[in-house]
Design a protein around this ligand. Structure first.
Ligand code: C2G
Length: 129
């Protein structure tokens, strides 16, 4: 069984996220999504989520491409995650291109094109108008 892993906040879940998850799953048979906790988002990414971790986890678990959702609590957990879950392929959107190449020692690293026209920030700004 080929296992794939990806990371993110996935707040205000939208079709750009789903496009990424669909293509990530297509690279294997099992997709692990490592979801940033509220604390990690606030302390390390200065992101204030609209939905809580539990709400974002519930949404992700409803997506047919997602097999398991686990918490992301630090920037340093990727190597141990890849080893612990016997991951074959690490996937991120290409806004992260090159940032995780150190994982190539442990698994395949793939950066997929982002869906250009949509983002959580865009949604929030549009709703303010
Ligand atoms: N994404 C995408 N297209 C968009 C928006 C997001 O393909 N229009 C992808 C991102 O490239 C990322 C994933 O969806 O691979 C999740 O996006 P975010 O929730 O914004 O993730 P981020 O905050 O970048 O967290 O340790 C890594 C971090 O947790 C990544």
């Amino acid at each position: 069984m080929k296992k794939v892993i990806t990371y993110g906040t996935f707040d205000l879940l939208h079709y750009g996220h789903v496009n990424l998850l669909q293509r990530a799953k297509a690279l294997g048979d099992y997709l692990v999504v490592v979801l940033s906790t509220d604390e990690f988002n606030w302390n390390m990414k200065q992101k204030k989520c609209y939905f809580t971790y539990e709400e974002r986890k519930r949404l992700l678990e409803a997506i047919r491409y997602v097999d398991l959702v686990i918490p992301e609590t630090s920037w340093e957990q990727k190597i141990s995650d890849v080893q612990e879950y016997h991951i074959d392929t690490f996937v991120m959107g290409d806004d992260w291109k090159g940032k995780f190449d150190f994982l190539q020692e442990y698994c395949e690293v793939v950066y997929l094109e982002r869906t250009p026209e949509i983002s959580t920030t865009q949604i929030k700004n549009d709703l303010k108008k």
